[in-house]
Design a protein around this ligand. Structure first.
Ligand code: AMP
Length: 433
């Protein structure tokens, strides 16, 4: 593992000295309107992923980038795409030139906002359409009338729009897969293959993710042509910014312990991960009854309710967001000091994505995992994958009384539930690491 050290922003980069990689945006070949936009956002210098990716994307190369969550990936692809599109000829109706795919609606919306913010000073700002499922398709069809230069989409809704002739993908020159490993994984793989079949063969491909499990590497290799590989180490990079704590507690006492920690540490904003949709509602409800502003976020809420929950959390109207892994990927919540694994994540990769919601953009963060006798063995596996060994803590008044049970022969999912087909595939992929 390469040595890692934070820069003035707290961004981490392995194996290089500070001087090597603190780069100004202007030295990367970006135009003045784009530099003005990042300056307005108080970005003093490019992050390592930006310094490496922006010139490669401007040159037209394919890029395969793995970098920690919160490392500035969006600007790493959005800025050079905006620059390339701003110099190309405008046609009417506008053919879609750049397509960005993301696995969740919230992430798609966030990427669209970033594109708009970065492109706002361009002399002819591009038209950016964000399309995702869970909301009515008609306004999206209306928006796409007259075309769009950049489309940010979740794969399913994109295909629906293509089927309704609201969108043509034949002129795409750049494809971005954000959280690419999720898009290659079960559940998205078929849709992704259908989208790719609709694209021109000659195009630029940009793959971004914090994690690239080996199972998806072959798929990525098939898609890319002589890619520039960018690897900003993940685990080493995370360690100094995010303080991880493992606290032993019996499952029935977790909500009380959570309340105690929130009070004791004056946590103003906490993202709590649980294993099921039911648990999000249940835990949020218990916290509300104890007087905390808490709300649930999961995939079965209407899109309106999901957006509202997230907006309330970001605006500090809600102090505790209790979520399933739907909130684990890519979401950028500024000043989120704490993430709590109330239920442990299923895999080490999920763990990484969850805790990556805190400690973003150089802020420090705390990631707390609740460990019980039944989940201790599962957590040891997660630690092993990340080459971690966290001291076990006990909090006075919440010491566990349940006895540790030997790990079941079949350690499926969380809390010894039977493994789903998805779990087994996931584990097989993990095994090959
Ligand atoms: P991302 O990894 O794209 O989700 O970005 C994470 C956070 O870092 C966002 O809040 C960005 O606004 C912020 N960010 C991106 N690039 C920079 C930069 N060069 N300097 C400071 N903050 C940045």
């Amino acid at each position: 593992m390469l040595a890692a050290g934070p820069n003035a922003l707290g961004f981490q980069c392995g194996g290089r000295g500070f001087i090597d990689w603190v780069m100004s945006f202007s030295s990367l070949g970006l135009s003045e309107p784009l530099i003005r936009a990042v300056t307005e956002r108080n970005y003093p210098a490019a992050t390592p992923i930006q310094a490496a990716a922006i010139p490669a994307v401007l040159r037209g190369n394919d890029v395969w980038a793995s970098a920690q969550t919160g490392s500035g990936k969006t600007a790493a692809f959005a800025l050079p795409i905006l620059q390339r599109l701003s110099t190309s000829r405008r046609e009417s109706p506008r053919p879609v030139r750049a397509l960005v795919l993301a696995p969740t609606r919230e992430l798609a919306a966030q990427i669209g906002e970033s594109f708009r913010a970065y492109g706002r000073h361009l002399p002819a700002p591009p038209k950016i359409a964000v399309v995702f499922g869970g909301v009515s398709i008609n306004p999206q069809m209306m928006e796409l009338r007259g075309g769009a230069d950049i489309v940010v989409a979740t794969p399913g809704r994109l295909l629906d729009l293509v089927e309704r002739n609201a969108l043509w993908l034949a002129a795409i020159s750049t494809l971005v897969l954000d959280e690419a490993d999720r898009l290659f994984a079960l559940g998205f793989a078929d849709e992704l293959a259908r989208v790719i079949a609709l694209l021109p063969a000659r195009r630029q491909n940009l793959l971004f993710s914090a994690t690239f499990p080996p199972a998806v590497q072959a798929l990525a290799e098939n898609l890319l042509r002589n890619p520039v590989r960018i690897d900003v180490p993940v685990v080493a990079a995370l360690a100094p910014v995010i303080l991880q704590r493992a606290i032993e507690v019996d499952p029935p006492r977790r909500t009380q312990l959570l309340r105690h920690l929130i009070q004791e540490h004056h946590w103003t904003r906490v993202l709590v991960f649980v294993a099921t949709k039911y648990a999000t509602e249940h835990v949020a409800d218990k916290l509300r009854r104890a007087g905390l502003a808490a709300t649930a976020l999961h995939g079965e809420l209407s899109q309106g309710a999901r957006t509202q929950a997230l907006a309330d959390f970001k605006a500090s109207r809600v102090q505790v967001l209790v979520a399933t892994d739907v909130a684990a990927r890519g979401l950028d919540i500024a000043q989120l000091p704490v993430v709590v694994n109330y239920d442990l994540p299923r895999s080490a990769v999920d763990h990484l994505h969850r805790i990556g919601r805190t400690g973003r953009a150089g802020e420090s963060g705390v990631a707390v995992s609740f460990i019980s006798a039944g989940t201790a063995a599962h957590f040891r596996l997660i630690e092993k994958r990340h080459r971690l060994s966290l001291p076990r803590e006990q909090i006075a008044g919440f010491e566990p009384v349940e006895l540790a049970v030997p790990p079941p022969l079949s350690t499926g999912g969380v809390k010894g539930r039977r493994k789903s087909k998805k779990d087994k595939l996931r584990e097989a992929a993990q095994e090959k690491r």
